[in-house]
Design a protein around this ligand. Structure first.
Ligand code: NIG
Ligand code: FE
Length: 415
């Protein structure tokens, strides 16, 4: 586990904080050119303005932060993260080296089931500490907002326990804020088949989750071998009826028709989607569904490397995220950026757009404030990078590119 010491500047939140002497400012606001402004004025938890000169503030009571000519980019949004689980699955790498696929390993009782067992055996205190340490690591790598899925409980009792833990993490201060997703439909335990578990979800688990008020979204692993199109549709429609936003895992290993269901249901985001055919991608786009690519997964699985050229050529909007889970062990958005910039020729700007503006579309804040952008009125979430060049955000995969972070108005420095 990582222990990262955070140092908070003791600034009362009613005061202005002015981040000045910016080397390059990449706001991701389409209306502003890259280097507009030398300073960001923050008031309370919001960006008040972006200015070229701080003269008028110099004699005020404002707290001045000299960023030393460093670059600033928006805080990253991790729009797909399986945050809370215990144990690990590094033993499975050997099976992969012997030629076994993710599907084979799951069939042998490994995969998600191995993690469900270790998670159920852990105490609430352990899971809370694990979640907190992972959030700190995500923040250290520039993530200021994160979607966190349950899905390693797989019974009403254990799924609610995980949602409760995420809820406790939500109230921690000085950590990324969280969008909480219930993913009871992630796999089945040996006492069930998919049909009987779907019935249990619909009659018992989902009603209890809705009663708890702990989930913002519902997600289903819709893939041949896991939840069928019909089962996914039943769970998602009932979840929407109960007021939840919808997300899906689709077409991760093969085109299983999940993308089409995503478009039909107009879900917020259809993730993985590496095997979704082009006509379905276009239908998804027309239905307003965000495609959420997760290149960390084929990287760790050793699966065929995705190609984003056709998707870019069709101007299909997509986000990217970590998919942090025992089989994709990274909480670093800059690492994901590095993968696609170095291996796919995606530009640092386009990759940054995926983890800020596009991620904000699929993963909005519950207070309605804009995020993933540096502009007047948006939440004051941004990263001060170690370099003066904003492109560095995705160029240092073995260490965090982030020097310090403004998190909801608080300047957080790392030791
Ligand atoms: O998004 N594919 C389904 N769920 C996760 C993996 C979960 C696991 O292997 O533990 C994913 O990759
Ligand atoms: Fe996932």
């Amino acid at each position: 586990m990582y222990a990262i010491v955070l140092q908070l500047s003791p600034i009362p939140l009613t005061m202005r904080t002015i981040f000045y002497n910016i080397g390059s400012l990449q706001t991701m606001d389409d209306k502003l050119p890259i280097s507009f402004g030398n300073a960001i004025i923050v008031k309370d938890n919001k960006i008040e303005s972006i200015v070229e000169s701080i003269e008028e503030y110099e004699s005020s009571e404002a707290n001045l932060v000299d960023v030393g000519g460093r670059a600033i980019v928006p805080g990253f949004i991790d729009a797909h993260n399986h945050l809370v689980w215990a144990g690990d699955r590094f033993n499975e790498h050997n099976l992969r080296m012997q030629g076994h696929s993710y599907v084979d390993i799951a069939g042998m009782g490994g995969g998600i089931m191995q993690t469900v067992t270790s998670t159920r055996e852990s105490t609430d205190e352990d899971l809370l500490a694990i979640g907190k340490s992972r959030l700190m690591e995500a923040l250290r790598n520039g993530t200021t907002f994160l979607e966190a899925k349950s899905g390693y409980g797989l019974s009403t009792e254990h799924e609610l326990r995980l949602l409760n833990i995420v809820n406790q993490l939500k109230s921690e201060t000085n950590l990324p804020s969280i969008h909480s997703t219930w993913m009871g439909a992630h796999a089945v335990t040996p006492n069930h088949n998919y049909e009987s578990y779907t019935e249990e979800i619909l009659s018992e688990q989902l009603p209890d989750v809705l009663d708890s008020g702990l989930a913002d979204s519902a997600d289903v692993f819709c893939e041949p071998g896991w939840f069928s199109i019909e089962q996914s549709e039943d769970i998602l429609r009932a979840s929407r009826q109960g007021g939840l936003d919808l997300r899906m895992h689709v077409d991760e290993f093969t085109d299983g028709g999940g993308g089409e269901l995503a478009a039909e249901l107009k879900v917020m985001t259809a993730d993985h989607a590496h095997h979704t055919p082009m006509d379905t991608r276009i239908t998804m786009m027309e239905a307003g569904v965000v495609t959420g690519f997760l290149p960390g997964t084929p990287y760790f699985n050793g699966d065929q490397w995705p190609d984003f050229k056709d998707v870019q050529a069709q101007s299909i909007p997509f986000s990217m995220a970590t998919d942090f889970n025992p089989n994709c062990f990274t909480n670093s958005i800059p690492f994901i950026g590095s993968l696609v910039v170095q291996r796919n020729g995606i530009s640092p700007y386009d990759a940054l757009y995926c983890v800020t503006r596009q991620a904000a579309r699929s993963t909005p804040r519950s207070d309605g404030l804009e995020h993933g952008v540096i502009k007047e009125g948006a939440i004051a979430n941004f990263n001060i990078l170690k370099s003066r060049h904003w492109e560095s955000w995705c160029m240092t995969p073995s260490s965090s590119p982030v020097h310090s972070t403004c998190l909801e108005g608080q300047h957080i420095e790392y030791q």
